[in-house]
Design a binder for this molecule. Structure first.
Ligand code: NAP
Length: 283
């Protein structure tokens, strides 16, 4: 079985992004700027944000970290986003999800200028992706495509099953595969005979958010298995797939940790550069 090493792909990609950030700085005499907005004290979110800030520094992207208290009112979050929209040193804005339960992610996201939407989650950017004209696309599915590209796994004409239909993973994942000429089936919690579907697939992207959900019996021996799931259990980190069962049972698979996870932040860095370059070129 070929191990699809997301850490390695990520390191390779970051070298390319470092060069791109250097060219940007030389051309426009400033660094690209990413603003990260985090509301509340979710420990996992704070770890992600710290990693994002560190990754920005390594690449040469200026990151601005805005931490708001858990009980911040929606108007205040929107006010901050509005200010960032008009701040010319901020090229990209990331709203860290999940938000505390009194806040509506969709409402707040709708206030991000789509030309500064680092995660590609505004309706305009989603619409562009679904119309086949992507501008910035959500980081996790974009990272999956990058892993496939790195290992020269073509999706054209392949039978792909995506498990999950969330806004941040499943739906954009299916669209990216479709844009690259795959034949795509999206499965979700109401899907019947899931194992029959996955057993027929050439490529399965699992984003069900259920720890150790699928195993060797769910895939055929030529399958490429991409596990997006990530869960912190008492026994450690695991994905949606029982990775230890896959050895010699499938063609290729991503591990957890070290698979899709490391790609997400790297794709955020790339999205920031894409937005910064577009905005700087417009003057
Ligand atoms: P989500 O919003 O909870 O969506 C889960 C999706 O899986 C839903 O569409 C749901 O169907 C579907 N599903 C649930 N049970 C199922 C079942 N038994 N059979 C088939 N489909 C089923 O989760 P998400 O935000 O997309 O994230 C998915 C996983 O990826 C989570 O573990 C998350 O932590 C992880 N994640 C990882 C990264 C990373 O950087 N590696 C980034 C984002 C997310 P319904 O729509 O019918 O409810």
């Amino acid at each position: 079985m070929l191990l699809l090493n997301g850490k390695k792909v990520s390191e390779h990609k970051r070298e390319e992004l470092k060069k791109r950030a250097k060219v940007f700085k030389k051309t426009y005499e400033r660094e690209p700027g990413l603003a990260v907005v985090i509301v509340g004290d979710d420990p996992a979110s704070h770890v992600y944000v710290r990693n994002k800030v560190k990754a920005c520094e390594e690449i040469g992207i200026r990151s601005l970290h805005h931490h708001l208290m858990a009980d911040t009112k929606e108007e205040k979050v929107i006010e901050l986003i509005t200010n960032l929209n008009s701040n010319k040193d901020t090229d990209a804005i990331l709203l860290q999800l999940p938000l505390p339960s009194h806040l509506h992610a969709e409402t707040i996201l709708s206030h991000i200028n789509p030309k500064k939407d680092a995660d590609g989650l505004t309706i305009e950017n989603m619409g562009l992706l679904f119309a086949g004209r992507p501008r910035v696309v959500p980081c996790t599915p974009k990272g999956v495509m990058e892993i496939l590209k790195f290992y020269e796994i073509s999706v054209s004409g392949k039978n792909c099953v995506v498990i999950g239909r969330s806004q941040i993973v499943g739906r954009p994942m299916a669209q990216l595969l479709l844009l690259n000429d795959a034949t795509v089936t999206t499965a979700h919690s109401k899907t019947k005979n899931l194992s029959t579907l996955t057993n027929q697939a050439d490529i399965v992207v699992v984003a069900a958010g259920k720890p150790n959900f699928l195993g060797a019996d769910d895939f055929n021996k030529n399958a490429v298995v991409i596990d997006v799931g990530i869960h912190r259990l008492a026994s450690g980190l695991c994905g949606d797939v029982r990775f230890s069962e896959l050895k010699s049972k499938v063609k290729a698979a991503t591990p957890v940790p070290g698979g899709v996870g490391p790609m997400t932040i790297t794709m955020l860095l790339e999205n920031t550069l894409i937005l910064a370059e577009a905005s700087a070129a417009q003057g």
